[in-house]
Design a protein around this ligand. Structure first.
Ligand code: NOJ
Length: 703
């Protein structure tokens, strides 16, 4: 239902003013920050722009807002949006890293903090959370996603939407990229997508359904097509599923230039055609393409677009502006200024909870305080490269480097530094110095990985290994025989079997944000026992992709004694590290899984398990519950994540933890196109990761 104000405005609007509300234009980036170029100011004055992206700053946004409010006939305020994915000024870990914390409360708090900082600079909307289920480390955008699992993605969606939109300093969230973008062919960005209806329903849609359930304000369709129909012009998915079946009444914002790109896709012959297709499919706002402004008037003349569809889109845009309070003359109350220190503390906590201890072959952690530590590698003194791909207004010089933080954390240690090689340009002029530094040290910290621009949009890699000459550096250091702990910065799993074999310890340190260095020091010095776990299966080789825990069985499951079974000749089927893998400096023992023998379809099932801290330091453990429908009309995955819990344990302490499987956990997309649960046996698998060797099993019969 539109408000009287929105309806009254609509009644007064000319066609050009209506289309103006549907147009989103970008600010211009300059060395001093973003500005509204003269052309943008003029277009706002002419009421040809309804929203703006990539412009922020209290003064910058207010100046342009004044033009919209005071110098246009109807005075409709602008909406300002930006990609605030993992922080605005205080940068939190990239989403894939933060997902490794398996902590919805944390996800919500970091989104809330990011929203507060965004409000302070005049922003109203973020193009986040990114909810693409991603199972292909070649795809650079895997780092923006919460990983491979739809159930996890749904929890991430709820937490992020709640956090971003939390009153009183919330901003509108945009669930993106609807839908299936994570399945781009061969992991290449913007490439076509083909998938089954089952994959769409069971894997890619659930996070979006959860975002809508949490009240997300906006949705952004993906750049890509699905089976030949670009999502930006997909009436079945946008109008049919989102609007009509799911009842989503928020705003649909196109991706950048995506409507004009319908011409490249080969489904539109000109801008008017493209605009008509997108509007008909249900897109309200055209981000940065000329299609709506130039094409809609022509489409109306041709009879391929209707004023009724334009009006409906305008009303949705006005409703969002009203919901955000943009028409209220009263200025929004700003968050308290002293919040900054709390945000930095939150960023440090989020970052250390995101670190995953991948291997610990020899006890090198925690580091002793009175020794010579050589910090070697191109990421040791990096600042920008700690931040990750959407660093918004994160400042390089406010980012704590690894070597700097170690000096502060271990004042009695002698810390030396050598870069060794560049990240990726082939410069290895520092190799000899690095080897020398390693020789003189008691222990080496090898800081390797990707530059932050190597993960993210348009940052796909066919060979996701260490770039440049870093392998040479690592092998030279290993050859000396000193204890070596590797800190691996990346936005994706890197395929490095040789490294995992040779290093004493390897930690996935992703792109951890403004407090990266402090967080890493917390883990290295033992102030925080590593607790992160992988939200994505880590392959051994590119040829294994896609590899994920929720695979279905084969009619010929792998059998080493039988060649005609499902396997490779050259690589094992198993991943380098399974989903959920993550070691700690303490150890846990699982026992006493209790699951009722029987239950009723449509009712939740409670189960419990006892976890003991069998090591010598306090820690936090994430517990997973997976489910398998043993026999069904449709073959089901060998295991699917359906619940998780976290428990903090002191050394020697044990706790019994309860997890709940909701009625929905037992359902699948049935042959009749409806979600259904079938009676019969279900396997319940509970433990520290998707590695079957460490899972406790039970069976429940549902009738
Ligand atoms: C393109 C990206 O695909 C999308 O995620 C982002 O929100 C827009 N550009 C705006 O920057």
């Amino acid at each position: 239902m539109s408000s009287p104000r929105a309806l009254a405005l609509l009644a007064k609007m000319t066609l050009a003013e209506k289309i103006g509300q549907l147009v989103m234009v970008a600010g211009t980036h300059t060395v001093t920050g973003p500005v509204a170029a003269p052309d943008l100011v003029l277009r706002v004055r002419q009421a040809r722009v309804g929203s703006v992206l990539n412009l922020f700053g209290e003064n910058e946004t207010q100046a342009l807002q004044n033009v919209a409010i005071r110098e246009t006939r109807l005075g409709i305020p602008l909406l300002f949006g930006l990609d605030v994915l993992h922080g605005f000024k205080t940068i939190f870990p990239v989403p894939l890293a933060e997902a490794a914390a398996f902590d919805p409360d944390l996800w919500e708090r970091t989104a809330r903090a990011a929203a507060e900082e965004s409000v302070e600079v005049g922003l109203h909307l973020t193009f986040a959370p990114m909810l693409d289920v991603a199972r292909d480390p070649r795809w650079g955008r895997i780092c923006e996603s919460p990983g491979e699992d739809p159930w996890l993605g749904a929890r991430f969606a709820e937490a992020k939407v709640k956090g971003f939109q939390a009153p009183p300093h919330g901003i509108a969230a945009t669930a993106k990229h609807f839908v299936g973008y994570g399945a781009v062919t061969a992991g290449r960005d913007y490439a076509p997508v083909d998938m089954s209806e089952r994959a769409l329903q069971e894997i890619h849609l659930p996070p979006f359904a959860a975002a809508i359930g949490a009240g997300v304000a906006a949705i952004m369709p993906a750049f890509t097509d699905i089976a030949g129909v670009p999502v930006s012009a997909h009436p079945g998915l946008l109008r049919g599923l989102l609007r009509e079946r799911w009842g989503f009444d928020g705003v649909l914002i196109s991706d950048y230039n995506a409507i004009a790109e319908l011409i490249h896709h080969g489904v539109a012959s000109d801008l008017a055609d493209a605009a008509a297709l997108a509007l008909k499919a249900g897109i309200d706002i055209d981000m940065m393409s000329p299609a709506y402004e130039e094409g809609l008037p022509l489409a109306l003349e041709r009879g391929t677009a209707t004023v009724a569809d334009i009006d409906a889109a305008v009303l949705r845009v006005l409703a969002l502006k009203e919901r955000l309070g943009l028409f209220d003359a009263r200025r929004r109350e700003m968050p308290k200024k002293d919040a900054l220190a709390n945000r930095r503390a939150l960023a440090r906590d989020a970052a250390r909870r995101s670190i995953v201890l991948l291997t610990h072959r020899e006890p090198v952690l925690p580091l002793k305080s009175d020794q010579v530590i050589a910090v070697i590698g191109p990421l040791a003194q990096a600042q920008r490269d700690m931040l990750g791909s959407w660093a918004a207004a994160g400042a390089d010089d406010e980012t704590i480097t690894i070597s700097e933080s170690l000096r502060a954390a271990l004042p009695n240690a002698k810390i030396t530094f050598a870069r060794g090689t560049a990240i990726d340009d082939g410069d290895a002029s520092g190799l000899a110095d690095a080897v020398d530094a390693a020789r003189r040290a008691n222990v080496v910290l090898l800081c390797l990985g990707e530059a932050c621009h190597m993960s993210g949009e348009a940052a796909c890699r066919a060979i996701p290994e260490l770039p440049g000459r870093q392998r040479e550096l690592a092998e030279a250091v290993f050859d000396i025989g000193k204890p070596v702990a590797v800190l691996l910065s990346s936005g994706r799993p890197l395929m490095l079997p040789w490294l995992f074999e040779r290093a004493h310890a390897v930690l996935a340190t992703w792109f951890l944000g403004s407090e990266a260095g402090h967080a890493i020091a917390d883990v290295l010095t033992g102030r925080w026992a590593p607790s992160g776990k992988l939200p994505v299966t880590w392959p051994r080789a590119v040829g294994q992709i896609p590899i994920f825990h929720a695979q279905r069985n084969s009619g010929r499951p792998e059998n080493p004694a039988d060649s005609f079974t499902s396997k490779y000749l050259d690589v094992p089927n198993s991943p380098q590290f399974p989903f959920g893998h993550g070691l700690s400096t303490t150890t846990y023992a699982y026992s006493d899984l209790r699951v009722p023998e029987s239950g009723s379809l449509g009712k939740p099932v409670d189960l419990s398990v006892t976890v003991a801290n069998t090591g010598t330091v306090a820690g936090e453990e994430t517990i997973f519950a997976f489910l398998r429908d043993v026999v069904a009309t449709v073959a089901r995955p060998m295991m699917e994540l359906k619940a998780m819990a976290k428990v903090a344990l002191k050394p020697g302490e044990r706790k019994t933890v309860t997890l709940q499987l909701t009625p929905g956990a037992f359902q699948f997309f049935g042959l009749d196109g409806l979600w259904t649960a079938e009676s019969g046996d279900f396997e319940v698998l509970v433990g520290p990761s998707a590695d079957r060797a460490f899972l406790l099993f039970a069976r429940i019969q549902l009738t």
